[in-house]
Write a protein that binds this ligand. Structure first.
Ligand code: F6R
Length: 609
């Protein structure tokens, strides 16, 4: 997730900006840069890699001035490179901007600007903003930024400066976080509170649609649609630096669980047309990869593998293509039956997992095209795959994967619908209804998160268990596997995920008086069958928590406790049913006093075989 820092005051902006950016390092980044008004012009320094590389460049050629913007970039459009790093400037060099978010209509805007003869120097979506701004400017920066917000679509937080008006810094927030730090004779912008804490503890949190005009001595906020002045509360922050990095949450894992609605919205942005009728992966040229395929392999590890299991249901149901799912460490040694007609999809949050990378190479060696679903644009897997769809979850810091999983699911839904469009395997009305349901998911996740209190109590009640069962049928079984992995890895309690109908073939022997069972029953067509399986474990003395969207008396009678999740299309329930499972794992680990973010024996990125 990109980091923004901006400064206007009397200090040297260069050091304020680099200090602020250092405090945003925890967000993850691949390049960094600053732009400073030096008294005559705007000068920019930017560099791929760590902040230290930028600082080296600044030591060799420092920038003097008290107005500036800075940025750490987490690549989304265009690989990590010096050119793609922010800040970006227009052709005249008189305007500079930093941006966090995604401009959904950047391709159309870029086309228009190219036709007008504008030269682009990067592959980013951001660069269109600065060229547009320069074009719209007619002597009033605020007016030009207001007009700009009418042209761009998507999620964005912006910091803008121009040498025409060096007494101000303009900032805008639309669906990407941005805060103002209020100082004495100086003011700041930051994409997060830690950026400004060294200088001030007085902040003002911008809301969607806010445009802030910062001068040294004043901050004015207005609404971008109505232009009406807005009074935003001044908040005193008493967090220490570490708490601030976690946005006040106790752990990164919890923060990332709560970031899921935003991560889902970002991953959807620009991939559904404005009318809500089709899925588009513009600029990706997926079509040549999909022509003539007769089989799909999904290969991944751990949580990403579990997302792949859901992906199989989605692609088979919607696009009527046979799909095999393999654990990457198995795939490479089992001589998989692959031809040029096979599409291999590798899924990896980090894009660096050694087993997945080796599987990708093996698939290519056998003649398959490879599509990667990853969260890290410049990663090894992203570089070696034929095509890449990015999950725009932002950096995931906790070892236990949460928002990467739900955004991987979302990408599978989009891909499933896209494949169905291409292969004409889905009725148009149903496709539109599916897209509508997809767009409701972030809000539905929010509603589950808003009622998470009872999960704490449940976690308290299971923390002494030796073993727990997760059961489900069909797509619920795939989610059970993920729920079980999450619990194992951070609570260290043994758990087993089982296809509910398979219990009677042996494992039922382990169910005894008081055994805790978490039963997922979200699939209407399997509901009756699932109820029978729940009764089987209940009859052997199990204590059962049911997770379902069906408010039936039978379910309430069959289980000890029910948690309801909102209704959606059966294929989409995993994004909702996994949320309580993530929270169960989190709160159980917390109740046991474990190191939630860094569980024993595990690493965030597994780069060895
Ligand atoms: C579990 C977890 C791991 C990873 C696995 C693959 O919470 O994080 O199971 O999912 O190591 O990692 P990536 O997705 O980076 O390839």
């Amino acid at each position: 997730m990109c980091g923004i820092m901006g400064y206007i005051g009397n200090r040297q902006a260069q050091s304020v900006l680099t200090n602020g950016l250092r405090k945003l390092e925890y967000r993850g980044y691949d390049s960094a840069g600053i732009a400073v008004f030096t008294g005559e012009t705007i000068a920019v320094r930017k560099k791929t890699g760590r902040l230290a590389a930028l600082e080296q460049q600044l030591a060799a050629s420092p920038l003097h001035g008290s107005l500036g913007i800075g940025h750490t970039r987490w690549a989304t459009h265009g690989r990590p490179s010096d050119e793609n790093a922010h800040p970006h400037v227009d052709q005249s060099g008189k305007f500079s901007i930093v941006h966090n978010g995604i401009i959904e209509n950047y391709l159309a805007l870029k086309r228009e600007l190219l036709e007008k003869g504008v030269t682009f120097t990067s592959e980013t979506d951001t660069e269109v903003i600065v060229h547009l701004l320069a074009e719209l400017y007619a002597g009033d920066l605020v007016e030009a930024v207001l007009q700009l917000t009418r042209k761009i679509r998507g999620a964005y937080a912006l910091g803008v400066i121009t040498e025409h008006e060096p007494d101000k810094l303009v900032a805008v927030r639309v669906a990407s976080p941005l805060i103002i730090g209020l100082g004495d004779g100086e003011n700041f912008i930051g994409s997060d509170i830690p950026a400004v804490l060294e200088y001030t503890r007085d902040v003002c949190i911008l809301e969607d649609g806010d445009l802030a005009i910062l001068t040294k001595d004043d901050v004015t906020i207005l609404n971008i649609d109505t232009k009406q002045l807005i009074n935003r509360e001044r908040v005193q922050i008493d967090w220490d630096q570490e708490q601030a990095e976690k946005a006040g949450y106790d752990h990164y894992m919890l923060k990332e669980i709560y970031e899921q609605p935003r991560a889902l919205r970002n991953s959807m942005a620009g991939r559904i047309d404005e009318a809500g009728k089709t899925v588009t992966f513009s600029g990706l040229q997926l079509r040549p990869l999909l022509n003539d395929i007769d089989k799909v392999f999904i290969v991944a590890c751990g949580t990403a593998y579990h997302a792949g299991l859901v992906g199989k249901h989605v692609i088979e149901r919607l696009a009527r293509l046979p799909v095999e799912v393999d654990v990457a460490s198995e795939f490479r040694y089992r001589r998989p039956l692959i031809s040029e007609k096979t599409l291999t999809i590798v899924v990896s949050q980090s894009g660096e997992t050694a087993d997945t990378l080796a599987a990708l190479r093996e698939a290519k060696r056998l003649g398959s095209n490879v599509l990667a679903i990853t969260n890290v644009v410049g990663s090894s897997i992203a570089r070696e795959a034929d095509r890449v769809i990015t999950t725009l979850a932002g950096p995931e810091i906790a070892v236990a994967s949460t928002k990467a999983y739900t955004t991987q699911l979302l990408v599978f839904y989009l891909l499933g619908i896209y494949l169905a469009q291409e292969r004409q395997t889905l009725d148009e009305q149903l496709r539109i209804a599916l897209i509508e349901a997809l767009q409701q998911l972030p809000e539905q996740v929010e509603s589950i998160l808003a009622n998470a209190d009872e999960i704490r109590l449940f976690a308290e009640s299971i923390k002494q268990e030796k073993s727990i069962f997760f059961i489900g049928r069909g797509i619920d079984y795939a989610v059970s596997l993920e729920g079980s992995l999450k619990l194992k890895e951070i609570s260290y309690i043994h758990s087993e995920a089982y296809a509910a109908g398979e219990l009677k073939h042996g494992t039922l022997a382990l169910i005894e008086e008081g055994t805790r069972v978490i039963a997922l029953a979200t699939q209407e067509e399997l509901y009756e069958k699932m109820l029978s399986n729940i009764k089987e474990v209940k009859a052997r003395g199990a204590t059962v928590l049911g997770i379902s969207s069906a408010k039936t008396i039978e379910l309430h009678r069959a289980v000890d406790e029910v948690w309801l999740i909102p209704s959606t299309y059966p294929l989409f329930t995993p994004i909702l049913s996994v949320i309580p499972l993530q929270l169960i794992a989190y709160y159980t680990s917390l109740a046991l006093g474990n190191d939630v973010d860094k569980p024993r024996n595990l690493a965030k990125s597994v780069t060895v075989e």
